[in-house]
Design a protein around this ligand. Structure first.
Ligand code: GTP
Length: 290
C-alpha cells in the first residue's frame, strides 16, 4: 500500500485546516477567520483500504522579520522537510501576491512532488482562479493543478487519489482508525484556543497561547487544568469577560466539542495568566514551537 507524509502549505487563511478537517471528517486543526491560527505542525491521518496519508498542517507562510513569524515559518519549513510530497493550497479569492512567489521559491528546488490546489472555488464573486492558472502555468508548470472547495468538499477525493500513487510503498504507520497523533493535552489546549480566538477580536488572538498545566484521570473523569496565557495584564479582563462570562462561554463550547472526541467526561478548569511579551521571548518561542 502507499503510505507517506504530505505537507500542507500556503499563505495564512488559505483553508489548510479546513481541508484537513473536511477530508478526515473530524476537527483536527483550528479553523478560523483569523490568519495564522495554526501554530504547530498538526498531523491528520487519512486512511483508506490501500493507502495512508499523514498530512501535516503547517502554519500559514507569511514572510516577516518578526521573531514570532520566523518561528511560524520555521514550522512550515520543517513540515516541508519531513514530507514525501507537498500540497500547496491557494486562496483564489485573494490575488496572487508576493507570498506566492516566496512559497514557490521554497518549493522550486525540492526533489519532491508538489500539487497545487486552488481552494475556495465555491466563492464565485471576486475569484482570481483564471489569474492563478496563468500564474502557475508560467512559474510552476510541472505541478498538477486542482480546483477544490474545502468548505463544500468539492474536488478533495480526486485530489487525494491523484497524490496517493506518488507516495512510498510500505505498511501503515498508524492504526487505520487513528486520524490524528496529537496528545490529549495538545488536543484539549488547541480546542480551547480555538474558542478563545473565536471570542476575541483583532490583535489579541495572536497574543494567546494555551497549555495544559495538569491532566489527571480520577475514576472515570479527566480533570484538566488549562492555562490561557496572554501577553499583557490589560488583556486578562478581555478574555475573562464581565463576571467571567467570556471564560464561561469558552468553557462550555470547548466541553461540547471535547465530549464528541473523548470517551470520558472532562472537568475543565480554565485560568488566565500573563506571560509578558512572550512573542518576543526567544526562549519561550522555542519551547512553544520547537
Ligand atoms: N468559501 C470558502 N471558505 C473557506 C474554504 N476553505 C476555508 N475557508 C475559510 O477560510 C478561513 C480560513 O480557513 P483555515 O482553514 O483556518 O485556514 P488556514 O490556511 O488553516 O489558516 P492559518 O492557520 O492561518 O494558516 C475560514 O474562515 C474558513 O471557513 C472554502 O473552500 N470556501
Amino acid at each position: 500500500m502507499h503510505v507517506g507524509f504530505v505537507a500542507l502549505i500556503g499563505r495564512p487563511s488559505t483553508g489548510k485546516s479546513t481541508f484537513l478537517n473536511t477530508l478526515l471528517q473530524q476537527s483536527v486543526a483550528i479553523v478560523s477567520a483569523t490568519p495564522q491560527s495554526t501554530r504547530q505542525r498538526i498531523r491528520g491521518i487519512y486512511n483508506s483500504e490501500h493507502a495512508q496519508i499523514i498530512f501535516t498542517d503547517t502554519p500559514g507562510i507569511h514572510y516577516s522579520d518578526k521573531r514570532f513569524n520566523k518561528h511560524l515559518l520555521n514550522q512550515a519549513k520543517l513540515g516541508i522537510e519531513e514530507a514525501d510530497a507537498i500540497l500547496y493550497l491557494v486562496d483564489v479569492t485573494r490575488k496572487p501576491g508576493e507570498e506566492e512567489t516566496f512559497i514557490i521559491s521554497l518549493l522550486q528546488d525540492l526533489s519532491k512532488p508538489v500539487w497545487i490546489a486552488l481552494n475556495k472555488i465555491d466563492k464565485r464573486k471576486s475569484s482570481f482562479t483564471a489569474e492563478y492558472i496563468l500564474f502557475f502555468n508560467q512559474l510552476f508548470p510541472n505541478a498538477p493543478l486542482y480546483k477544490i472547495s474545502s468548505k463544500e468538499n468539492i474536488g478533495l477525493a480526486e485530489l487525494t487519489s491523484s497524490i496517493i500513487p506518488s507516495l512510498p510503498i510500505g505498511p501503515r504507520l498508524y492504526p487505520s482508525d487513528m486520524y490524528t497523533d496529537q496528545e490529549p493535552s495538545l488536543r484539549i489546549a488547541e480546542i480551547i484556543r480555538k474558542y478563545a480566538i473565536q471570542s476575541l477580536k483583532e490583535e489579541i488572538p495572536h497574543a494567546l497561547y494555551v497549555y495544559a498545566e495538569d491532566l489527571e484521570m480520577k475514576g472515570s473523569r479527566l480533570w484538566a487544568r488549562i492555562a490561557i496565557v496572554v501577553e499583557r495584564e490589560t488583556q486578562k479582563p478581555i478574555i475573562i469577560g464581565k463576571g467571567g462570562s467570556n471564560l464561561q462561554k469558552i468553557r462550555i463550547q470547548s466541553l461540547k466539542e471535547l465530549s464528541t472526541i473523548f470517551p470520558y467526561k472532562i472537568e475543565l478548569n480554565l485560568r488566565v495568566k500573563v506571560d509578558k511579551d512572550w512573542r518576543t521571548n526567544e526562549h519561550r518561542l522555542s519551547q512553544l514551537l520547537p
